[in-house]
Design a protein around this ligand. Structure first.
Ligand code: 13P
Length: 253
């Protein structure tokens, strides 16, 4: 049985005060379920990680970073190492979010280094994959997911894969209000699980959690979670509103 997992990606939002307020309200509202029935994580901007970790220290809500750099230290201006993230109290870290792929220009090769460095540094990476609208329209969804998964996980043993969560986020559904239908999402999740089974083995495929992301709202969370291969949700916009995020958490248990 895979425990449901809800992660909030705050992206480049909140400030010093609102990040802590939001974290506290989520902790209060999910005290009964978070950590027991559902894994809950929030991913604030780097600069608020420490304050949010502190605000959540007596809760079961985990904290994740939105990105990571693969080198341990040195002359990499602006970058944040795995050890630094550990130091702030992070448990998770997003790798290869679509905005980093398509706005910042990250490659599968770079993302692979980040996933490997996160695991070596004791963090749990959430590897994000997903196709552009043009790729879906050209029937290339499976091809794109295959490339992103094979290259993103290259060189990782089955033992290391147990640290990884995969998030399927079709780019055309992110921040657009257009959600993949449960059928579209389930089809992609089933494809991902089958592919992981072929790349590793059946047990690894059964155990890995695959989250759906892209315009998740309180109104569509339950129907997405009803799909056999959707194990949780990666939430952007709706994770910035405590009531909406709490309703989404509740829909997964
Ligand atoms: P939205 O929920 O705002 O569509 O964002 C999804 C996302 O990118 C989460 O990582």
């Amino acid at each position: 049985m895979r425990k449901p997992f809800v992660a909030g990606n705050w992206k480049m939002n909140t400030n010093g005060q609102t990040s802590v307020q939001l974290a506290k309200r989520i902790a209060e509202g999910s005290a009964e379920t978070a950590g027991h029935d559902v894994t809950v994580a929030v991913c604030p901007p780097f600069v608020y990680l420490q304050a949010v970790t502190k605000a959540l220290s007596s809760s079961s809500i985990a904290v994740g970073a939105q990105d990571i750099y693969f080198e341990p230290d040195g002359a990499f201006t602006g970058e944040i190492s795995p050890a630094m993230l550990k130091d702030t109290g992070c448990t998770y870290c997003l790798c290869g979010h679509s905005e980093r792929r398509h706005v910042i220009g990250e490659t599968d090769e770079l993302i692979n280094k980040k996933v490997a460095a996160a695991i070596s540094g004791g963090l749990l990476p959430i590897l994000c994959v997903g196709e552009l609208l043009s790729e879906r329209q050209a029937s290339k969804t499976n091809e794109v997911i295959t490339r992103q998964l094979k290259q993103g996980l290259a060189g990782l043993s089955a033992a290391k894969l147990s640290a990884v969560t995969i998030a399927y986020e079709p780019v055309w559904a992110i921040g657009t209000g257009v959600t993949a239908t449960p059928e579209q999402a389930q089809e992609a999740h089933d494809f991902i699980r089958t592919l992981v089974g072929r790349m590793y083995n059946g047990q690894v495929a059964e155990e890995i959690r695959i989250l759906y992301g892209g315009s998740v709202k309180p109104g569509n969370a339950a129907e997405l979670m009803n799909c056999k291969d959707i194990d949780g949700l990666l939430v952007g916009g709706a994770s910035l509103k405590a009531d909406d995020f709490l309703a989404i958490i509740q829909a997964t248990v």
